[in-house]
Ligand binder design. Structure first.
Ligand SMILES: [Zn+2]
Length: 236
């Protein structure tokens, strides 16, 4: 993943240096601390949601020809997306998330239970049947049975998951108050601060990920168009 050094950016403006992005190993807590090529100590808190990071990781694996890894990252991204939606539904219904993480522990090891929770909370908040998810068998074949998918199968899977995510987020944007979505964003950011030590300072950063606009203006581009744009940014 690429991260920006803001000090390099200001030096770049003064034409002192050309490089502003640096390759880093993706981390679970979103906290990055490294020395850039120009000697700046970069301390960045990446605010992108877990499902955004995982989806990008899946697409990068797809471009690199690692199709099993791509399916695995995209499937996990989808699960984390559903968790994010469940939190939106809970805040929408209760206006707080007091017992959410405590309760989540009961289902944290079972994606089937999480899916069940998602279906009925979706029904409660959106007042419609949720989309029925296909390709679960395919996902299990790849992840649990060691099946090595082809490039086309991988492409179809990523496209399918993207379109389901897009469909769900469209319904959420139409039926749920924006303030609820803002509150969930704030909760996610507040959770990141748990890992920060006293007197430590991190610059907040939001990378432009494949799914970043999903809860903002809901993209109108097709999957194919978005993939082309994404590929273009990689070659820059
Ligand atoms: Zn720098």
């Amino acid at each position: 993943m690429l991260l920006l050094c803001s000090k390099c950016v200001s030096e770049y403006k003064n034409k002192k240096s050309g490089k502003v992005f640096y390759k880093v190993q993706v981390k679970d807590d979103g906290l990055y601390d490294f020395i850039c090529d120009n000697g700046h100590n970069v301390k960045v808190m990446l605010h992108n949601k877990k499902y955004e990071i995982l989806f990008d990781s899946g697409i990068l694996a797809y471009f690199d020809g690692y199709y099993r890894e791509a399916i695995s990252s995209i499937a996990t991204s989808f699960e984390r997306f559903l968790e994010y939606c469940i939190l939106i539904f809970i805040i929408n219904l209760n206006n707080n998330y007091k017992y959410f993480y405590e309760t989540w522990k009961y289902v944290s090891n079972s994606s089937e239970r999480q899916l069940g929770a998602f279906y009925f909370l979706y029904l409660s908040c959106i007042k419609k049947s949720p989309p029925k998810f296909e390709k679960i068998e395919f996902r299990n074949k790849v992840i649990h049975k060691g099946y090595i998918p082809t490039k086309i199968e991988t492409y179809d899977y990523i496209k399918y998951i993207y379109e389901v995510i897009n469909k769900i987020s469209k319904e959420i944007l139409t039926n749920i108050d924006n303030q609820v979505i803002d509150k969930v964003i704030m909760i996610s950011v507040a959770k990141q601060f748990i890992g920060v030590k006293k007197n430590e300072y991190y610059d907040g950063l939001l990378n432009n990920c494949f799914l970043s606009d999903i809860f903002v203006e809901n993209p109108n581009e097709s999957f194919e168009e978005k993939l082309k744009i994404f590929e273009g940014t990689l070659n820059k």
